[in-house]
Ligand binder design. Structure first.
Ligand SMILES: N[C@@H](Cc1c[nH]cn1)C(=O)NCC(=O)O
Length: 525
């Protein structure tokens, strides 16, 4: 009688792709919340209510009321019974405007009214960078990696996806509450509390990120690893793209910036449940792997020891990946936080469409990341892909910094190029880590990479917010903001790109010396 040969659950194609889909869904929900506030920068940094018209223009509500009153007085109409509170969707407004040096009467219909929060650019930058605050300053990402290698995938992932949910709820509470002039940590209470929520969320999101990376390596090592990682990133980008595309319309429709966050928190609940489902599969995979091990008489793999960290820290290739990750991502994720407002003020895009142009970036990557991942699996050239991606990142930021070509279509083309760069580097970088670091230290390795990356994700928005407030904000003689000059912030982003090019080149040279196999295919023939 033929003996039944034990197989691992991950040897089944259906099982491993199902596991991938489930954990990627959890991650996608997290990415949605990460960027849900990015298109709201303009609304957050406007004080008082903002009126949006059906022709896609907008105006501060008090300015509109003043204009309508002036118009009535000038035309000897009876004093309108109009206050900021009374403005509502569907109302028709008449006032006068200067067009080409002439006073013309315009009639506009209100489509929605939303409340601006009156944050400064520095406060917005601080809030955006708060994502990595606990990860960086309390070393939580580092400890998260050690927890992952010590306590395992099920415990760590459940804890971290729960933390994302808690953080999202705190952020929603902060944004939906009017704290008046109250202060916390010497800051505007709303900014401080929303930042605390975002920091807790960010801790959960990053630990979930390293856990999911380890899950994928567990199920796909020696198989379609880069394609699987590429697909996970692609699903994550759907979350980012949806956040950039729907956040402002939702906030405008509901009249408040807190609603997109509430929607994100509900989405996160489903992500949390889906991770619990994955835990059941993970248990079965472990049981089947143990059965295979027993049958083949293999030794049990040694668990993670703190001394293993030394091996990670001593690898030059590992540090180059760290630095590349820091510089490349500093040029992308923080940029996305400011990109919507850049579209409004530099490329003159109506606010209601402005979020759609940055949304093109993650949308493009949804298709391209798995394509490049699969290319890396089959023909290799990982280090070269990273160099090309870094060159493209630099070119994009230089083009955004130029004071010329301020057309919306130009911004679209440049954003598409950034989308290609943002597919090339992640699809080659993440699957390269297991070529440098062995499986049992992988949790810690990804954690250290994310830790270093988070230093950029935290401090770069702070820097850019501050630079915008002090060097990019244009004001008239009365001190009223009239626009923004984005040259200085975009030059800073371009510098990150140049650093990424140099590091990617050093990585390729190191690979040639140490034979990590970054230029070789992942799939075993
Ligand atoms: N550590 C994450 C950072 C991040 C930003 N937004 C959500 N997560 C990361 O690098 N993920 C990999 C990626 O390419 O998105």
């Amino acid at each position: 009688m033929k003996e039944k040969i034990q197989k691992k659950l991950s040897d089944s194609k259906a099982a491993r792709w199902t596991a991938l889909f489930i954990v990627s869904f959890t991650m996608m929900c997290g990415y949605f919340l990460t960027d849900v506030m990015s298109p709201l920068e303009n609304l957050l940094t406007t004080k008082g209510k903002v009126v949006y018209f059906t022709d896609d223009t907008s105006m501060p509500a008090d300015t509109l009321v003043a204009k309508v009153r002036l118009f009535s007085a000038a035309n000897m109409l009876s004093e309108p019974d109009l206050t900021v509170e009374k403005l509502g969707a569907g109302a028709k407004m008449q006032y006068q405007e200067q067009v080409n040096g002439q006073q013309v009467t315009v009639e506009k219909t209100i489509s929605s009214v939303a409340r601006g929060e009156g944050w400064s650019s520095t406060e917005y930058g601080f809030f955006s960078g708060a994502y990595g605050l606990i990860n960086v300053f309390l070393l939580m990402l580092f400890f998260g990696g050690v927890i992952l290698d010590k306590m395992g995938i099920r415990f760590t992932g459940t804890m971290s996806s729960g933390l994302m949910l808690v953080g999202a709820l705190i952020k929603w509470y902060a944004l939906s509450t009017d704290f008046g002039d109250a202060q916390l940590f010497g800051m505007n209470m709303q900014v401080a509390l929303a930042s605390v929520g975002f920091a807790i969320f960010g801790m959960g999101a990053e630990i979930t990120g390293i856990t999911v990376s380890k899950v994928i390596v567990k199920w796909f090592a020696g198989k379609e690893l880069a394609l699987a990682m590429g697909l996970q990133v692609a699903m994550a980008r759907i979350g980012t793209a949806l956040a950039l595309a729907v956040s402002l319309p939702v906030a405008r429709m509901m009249g408040n910036v807190s609603y997109p966050v509430l929607f994100g928190a509900i989405v996160l609940c489903t992500g949390f449940v889906s991770y619990l489902v994955y835990c059941m599969m993970d248990r079965k995979e472990d049981a089947s792997a143990e059965a295979v091990r027993m049958e083949s008489g293999q030794e049990k793999e040694e668990g993670f020891k703190m001394s293993d960290l030394k091996q990670i820290f001593c690898s030059r290739g590992f540090w180059l990946i760290n630095l590349l990750c820091l510089m490349f991502y500093a040029g992308v994720f923080p940029f996305l936080k400011f990109a919507t407002k850049l579209m409004i003020y530099k490329y003159d895009v109506p606010e209601s469409f402005a979020g759609l142009i940055p949304a093109l970036l993650p949308f493009g990557t949804i298709l391209l990341t798995p394509v490049f991942g699969s290319l890396y699996d089959r023909i290799g050239r990982g280090a070269t892909l990273m160099i090309i991606g870094s060159f493209m990142l630099t070119a994009v930021h230089v083009l955004f910094a130029l004071p010329v070509m301020n057309y919306w279509w130009f911004a679209v083309v440049v954003m598409i190029v950034l989308g290609i760069a943002f597919s090339l580097v992640p699809s080659a970088m993440w699957p390269s880590v297991p070529k440098i670091i062995p499986m049992k230290q992988l949790g810690s390795a990804y954690a250290i990479i994310f830790y270093i990356q988070n230093i950029g994700l935290t401090t770069v928005p702070w820097l850019i917010g501050w630079v915008i407030e002090h060097f990019a904000t244009l004001r008239n003689e009365a001190g009223v903001i009239t626009g923004y000059d984005y040259t200085a912030p975009m030059v800073i982003f371009a510098i990150f790109g140049v650093c990424a090019i140099v590091i990617a080149m050093l990585l390729r040279a190191e690979d040639a010396k140490k034979h990590y196999g970054l230029e070789e295919a992942n799939m075993k023939k």
